[in-house]
Design a protein around this ligand. Structure first.
Ligand SMILES: [Zn+2]
Length: 252
């Protein structure tokens, strides 16, 4: 897995001898890329996140990413939910006319909202480019995320060549529901779809407070953002057999 710390993505890819390139944006814990790297040796996985200094909202870096996309066999967008979350306090936006956010007296809050808006616009650009080039692309967010209500995102969801699937983490070994949605153009990922079979109140854990695993205590909601190991392991196997991915093997 290669953490991108500078802008020269494209030159890095030319040096790579891997037959398949995966790009994970807003990678966070990098569990998607990690699962792909663990499943097959012929993948080079590039991960980008502001956590290690690469800001996709910086125009030059965004352009470099767009130039890099044609070299990829699979792209994943784990766009940060931030102000798009219905759980955000204070509320930064509302469905309908205020989907792009309220105006606050506090410049820091306005900046927070505008950055989140920019991230969605960038994700739309990248998703559209992947659609045009027939590259396997996926975009994940909580099912309740207001991102899915942005008109241009709804237009992607409503296309005939995309799939909008439900994934519940409880079906992948977690003890909370974790209802997520994945927007993709790759029919092989339909097999990730599952249902919650626990009923209301049937989960061992509620998403609040902290959770301690192996002696390490973390915020439960932060923990919930990590993809379950069983989910990404299945995802990686499906990508290895994806027709869209096969078409882009060996592309430089
Ligand atoms: Zn469940």
């Amino acid at each position: 897995m290669i953490r991108i710390r500078q802008q020269y993505l494209t030159s890095l890819a030319i040096l790579s001898t891997a037959s398949c390139i995966a790009l994970e944006l807003w990678a966070g814990s990098c569990s998607w890329s990690g699962a792909i790297a663990a499943t097959a040796r012929d993948w080079a996985c590039y991960v980008i996140d502001i956590l290690w200094g690469c800001d996709i909202c910086q125009p030059e870096f965004k352009d470099e990413c767009l130039r890099f996309i044609p070299r990829c066999a699979a792209v994943h967008l784990g766009v940060e939910c931030t102000s798009w979350s219905i759980a955000a306090h204070p509320a930064y936006r509302a469905r309908g006319a205020d989907i792009w956010g309220f105006n606050f007296d506090d410049p820091a809050k306005n900046l927070f909202v505008r950055c989140a808006n920019t991230m969605v616009l960038i994700a739309i650009d990248i998703f559209l480019l992947c659609l045009c080039l027939g590259i396997s692309v996926s975009w994940e967010n909580p099912a309740t995320s207001m991102m899915w209500d942005v008109p241009a995102v709804r237009a992607l969801i409503n296309r005939d060549d995309t799939y909008f699937i439900d994934v519940y983490y409880c079906g992948y070994g977690r003890n909370f529901e974790g209802h997520r949605r994945i927007l993709t153009n790759d029919p092989s990922l339909l097999k990730l779809q599952n249902k919650c079979r626990h009923g209301h109140g049937g989960h061992a854990q509620r998403l609040s407070g902290t959770t301690t695993i192996n002696g390490v205590t973390q915020s439960t909601t932060k923990l919930a953002n990590k993809y379950p190991a069983r989910l990404v392991s299945k995802w990686a196997k499906l990508l290895n057999n994806s027709d869209l991915v096969k078409q882009h093997r060996g592309v430089r």
